[in-house]
Design a protein around this ligand. Structure first.
Ligand code: FES
Length: 159
């Protein structure tokens, strides 16, 4: 007797094949192997503690925000390892987050994200962290964005 597969089973099998073939990363659209641009988003000498600087990355339609927290942060760069950057699009429905009181707050439904803990959401409707933008400090103090960890809201692929 021939076994029949439901549509759901077929999708699961296909998803598994894609996951194995891609090393488990490509299906999320933010694999480290993606060719992200390196883009200057600020200079370490121009930042003050608690200041947020908005920029576009990895392209003109994606807003990012960098902050100097004044305290060590996961993925932080600079002397105090306190400079971090994230996608500014809330992971709930894409509203632009604002930096207030040491955290990112979404004005639409008040999700809150911790920039010191890799953008983790600790309150509200968002269920995933803000995608973190990888930073590197050049010798002259320029801050270079060079990748995104996590999928930017509303996208199938980051680039
Ligand atoms: S869009 Fe940010 S909490 Fe809903």
């Amino acid at each position: 007797m021939a076994a029949t597969l439901s549509r759901r089973s077929v999708f699961k099998v296909l998803a598994g094949v894609v996951a194995v073939a891609s090393g488990g990363k490509a299906q999320y659209g933010y694999a480290p192997s993606l060719a992200y641009p390196a883009l200057k988003v600020g200079n370490i000498n121009n930042l003050r503690d608690g200041q947020a600087v908005y920029f576009n990355y990895p392209d003109g339609s994606a807003q990012g925000v960098l902050v100097k927290l004044g305290q060590r942060a996961i993925g932080g760069v600079g002397r105090g390892r306190d400079i971090v950057a994230f996608s500014a699009a809330c992971t709930h429905m894409g509203c632009g987050v604002q930096f207030k009181g040491g955290r990112f707050v979404c004005p639409c439904h008040y999700s809150m994200f911790d920039p010191a803990k890799a953008g983790q959401c600790y309150q509200g409707l968002a269920s995933t962290p803000l995608p973190q933008i990888r930073l590197r400090v050049a010798q002259n103090g320029d801050l270079l964005a060079q990748g995104v960890v996590g999928l930017i809201w509303g996208r199938a692929r980051n680039i």
